[in-house]
Design a protein around this ligand. Sequence first.
Ligand code: 5RP
Length: 234
Amino acid sequence: MSSDIAKRNAAQAALDYVQQDMILGLGTGSTAAIFVTLLGERVKAGLKVTCTPTSEATDRLARALGITIVLPDELSAIDLTIDGADEFDPALSLIKGGGAALLREKIIAEASDRMVVIADAGKEVARLGKFPLPVEVNPFAAELTRRRIHDRLEIAGLGGVASSWRMATGEALLRTDGGHLILDIACVAIPDASLLASLLDDLPGVVEHGLFIGYADEVLVGEAGGVRRVFPAA
Ligand code: 5RP
């Protein structure tokens, strides 16, 4: 499939950013998994890197490939994080969390000197919001928090949008690696992502949200025939 080739092209290009002895943050999702797999091949060939994962899934994959994994608490710095995204706009604001790893992804991205996003061209949008915005919610009083989120959505010009709890297999609600719930919000188009982010940041029951504003330094946009490098628009 062409998006698989595009993801691979983006992941392959990200390897050029990796240098000997770097400390890397490893993202989550299908594109990040391709990067981790390619990185594993380099490690087998002699590359020395120390990595910290953004999810249990990435942790398992990286360890299985022989990549040295340490937990974030053992690190004093992270040189570079390579991660995927569900959407990016011209300012390189992102929606993330399609793989339910947004909390750990944001913690690691924030602590990194540099974040390079790898994404296929289908993730590029003029305005964020077509991809449902994931919000990680503490299970305590989750329905109350959901109502409070909708109050904030109205202030942000998003009154009347639908939201749904993400499901795992069967009837069970999905739980993140940290034991939280994910509320997916069908915004369609977010009028002011910074405003919405600050309104959600302010709610105690919201553990984290999938708006990553000011995190990405560069996006490697995978296309069928290669890669395009995108930097934040001024
Ligand atoms: C996981 C994420 C992923 O980076 C995002 O969902 C992109 O995934 P994929 O590369 O599979 O399209 O944010 O929480």
